[in-house]
Design a protein around this ligand. Structure first.
Ligand SMILES: *[C@@H]1O[C@H](CO)[C@@H](O)[C@H](O)[C@H]1NC(C)=O
Ligand SMILES: *[C@@H]1O[C@H](CO)[C@@H](O)[C@H](O)[C@H]1NC(C)=O
Ligand SMILES: *[C@@H]1O[C@H](CO)[C@@H](O)[C@H](O)[C@H]1NC(C)=O
Ligand SMILES: *[C@@H]1O[C@H](CO)[C@@H](O)[C@H](O)[C@H]1NC(C)=O
Length: 481
């Protein structure tokens, strides 16, 4: 009835600024449908060739990662890989991290070598690392030699990938596809299974391969298709299954909660297939728009709201970890940080980490059919810990609409506190002066140090019911404990 009235109002007065209400009941204790959380669900992916520069030559990197560690107590997981992992050969003789030449500093190299020091550098990271190695060049002895160095040097090694987005091998003239003569999901799966066994047995280590790593949507390429080809030996070497995802679109479609819901639903069958093996399913490389991002989408505050909603929704669907890709330094619209400026999406990843930090499980309260998201994180005792509310209506200019989220079941307290993620509009860019704030705070360009005074809002409760207002293109993190 109410919905019908709202729809009628929209038809009669299309310019009406939206101010409506949704009501969600927060369970007093964790429902059986809730999904177990990883200790650090929000991770970072670094393009293979540029990983040493991020760690040695971009000041903000360590602090941006440390800010997440301060929230969760665990350094965020990282993955090193991407297109250039399949262009990289291991050279035991070089003392350099990476060796390549490019015409311009914003180009990715067509070929490169890396030395043992690449693995020594990765070993210095205090969090765990997924290392992406080459399959495209079809030289398994080189990949095994690199894998042995990674295994020997990196006590923080979580898993190894054998190839990146293999569906593109034929068009990239990669030797493994050229030698096979044909390259289909089935041919790639047989190759992955064979390499999983040969690399895993060379390392004398089971549960060591992050398998899959395709970008083309399932079911053609994906975990279910791959798992169906694995015998017990091949599967014993798999640590987890990964897929890549770049939703693209316009800023308003990217950030739309219902569009995120549809985009992630594509992975449901693969998540279920991975669960039958008892192994995790992750998004091993993802970000807003492929190829380093789009200037009109990726650096905008709306993409921060996407990063927040997308990573939290992924966790609520049992996608255990989500690795946001960071590409060529100086040519990366979706990057969370760079040499000089912060990127708005960092704020979304920070709030997602703050929301899920220390949580045992998560559930989504809404059904993904509107722009108004509501999630709950539960503690290890099964009690609701925090609620996240997102109004993903796109706001650019003019009068800003709002949505009232009425939450019931909030307990007997007199009030709850919250922190707001906001910016002047969904189009705000940090490098154009449009700094987002979370609880009134910002992250400094160049260093990623948090600044400003942390500010909480307080919302009164009556009989466990509270009303929370989020403007169009805003999110609110509500602390229940
Ligand atoms: C570090 O950054 C500077 C400035 O952009 C650049 O000239 C230099 O080559 C970089 N060094 C490394 C090791 O990436
Ligand atoms: C394959 O890798 C091995 C070990 O690194 C190396 O000796 C050999 O030259 C490589 N083969 C080709 C064709 O590059
Ligand atoms: C498992 O499959 C691999 C190929 O992926 C094959 O070489 C191996 O013999 C199979 N093992 C068993 C026990 O069937
Ligand atoms: C970051 O730098 C941009 C200019 O590139 C500036 O407009 C913005 O205000 C700065 N942000 C912060 C938090 O200082």
């Amino acid at each position: 009835m109410l919905l019908n009235c709202k729809q009628a109002a929209w038809i009669v007065l299309p310019a009406l600024v939206r101010a409506a209400t949704v009501t969600y009941s927060v369970p007093a204790s964790v429902p059986t449908s809730a999904v177990a959380l990883d200790v650090a669900p929000v991770g970072i992916s670094f393009e293979f060739f540029t990983f040493p520069s991020y760690f040695l030559n971009v000041t903000a990197t360590n602090q941006c990662l440390a800010n997440f560690e301060a929230l969760t107590g665990v350094w965020p997981p990282i993955r090193i890989g991407g297109t250039t992992q399949d262009r990289a050969d291991y050279d035991p003789a070089t003392s350099a991290y990476v060796v390549y030449s490019v015409a311009s500093s914003v180009d990715a190299p067509a070929s490169l070598t890396f030395g043992q020091s690449f693995m020594s550098l990765a070993a210095t990271y205090a969090g765990n690392v997924v290392m992406g190695l080459n399959r495209g060049h079809n030289n398994i002895s080189n990949t095994i030699a690199a894998a042995k160095v990674a295994k020997a040097k990196m006590s923080n090694l979580r898993a190894i990938e054998l190839g990146n987005e293999p569906e593109y091998y034929l068009s990239a003239s990669q030797p493994i596809a050229v030698a096979a003569g044909t390259w289909t999901p089935a041919v790639d799966a047989a190759s992955q299974d064979d390499w999983d066994i040969r690399v895993g047995s060379a390392l004398s280590t089971t549960k060591i391969i992050q398998a899959g790593n395709s970008n083309t949507a399932p079911p053609t390429w994906g975990a279910a298709e791959l798992i169906a080809t694995e015998n017990a030996t091949a599967q014993s070497y798999v640590y987890d299954y990964a897929h890549h995802n770049y939703p693209g679109g316009t800023i308003s479609s990217l950030m739309s909660h219902s569009d995120i819901y549809s985009n992630l639903a594509v992975f449901d069958a693969d998540i279920a297939a991975a669960a039958t093996t008892g192994k995790d399913y992750v998004l091993g490389e993802t970000n807003s728009v492929s190829g380093g991002g789009a200037s009109t989408v990726s650096p905008l505050f709306g993409a921060a709201l996407w990063t927040l909603d997308y990573s939290v929704m992924a966790s609520s669907k049992n996608i255990k970890r989500t690795y946001f890709h960071h590409g060529t330094i100086g040519a990366c619209y979706y990057c969370f940080w760079g040499r000089y400026d912060m990127g708005a999406p960092y704020y979304g990843a920070y709030v997602a980490t703050a929301f899920m930090a220390g949580g045992a499980s998560i559930s989504e309260l809404d059904t993904g059919s509107t722009n108004y998201a509501a999630y709950v994180v539960y503690d290890s005792a099964g009690k609701p810990l925090r609620v996240l509310l997102i109004n993903s209506d796109y706001y650019s200019s003019g009068t800003r609409g709002s949505e009232t989220f009425v939450l019931t079941g909030l307990g007997s307290g007199a009030s709850v506190k919250s922190k707001r993620l906001t910016a002047a509009s969904a189009n705000s860019r940090v490098d154009q002066g449009g700094n987002p704030t979370f609880g009134g705070q910002t992250f400094a360009n160049g260093t990623c140090v948090v600044g400003g005074t942390e500010t909480f809002e307080s919302t009164g409760l009556s009989g466990g019911v509270g009303s929370f207002v989020a403007s169009a293109s805003e999110a609110l993190l509500v602390y229940l404990q």
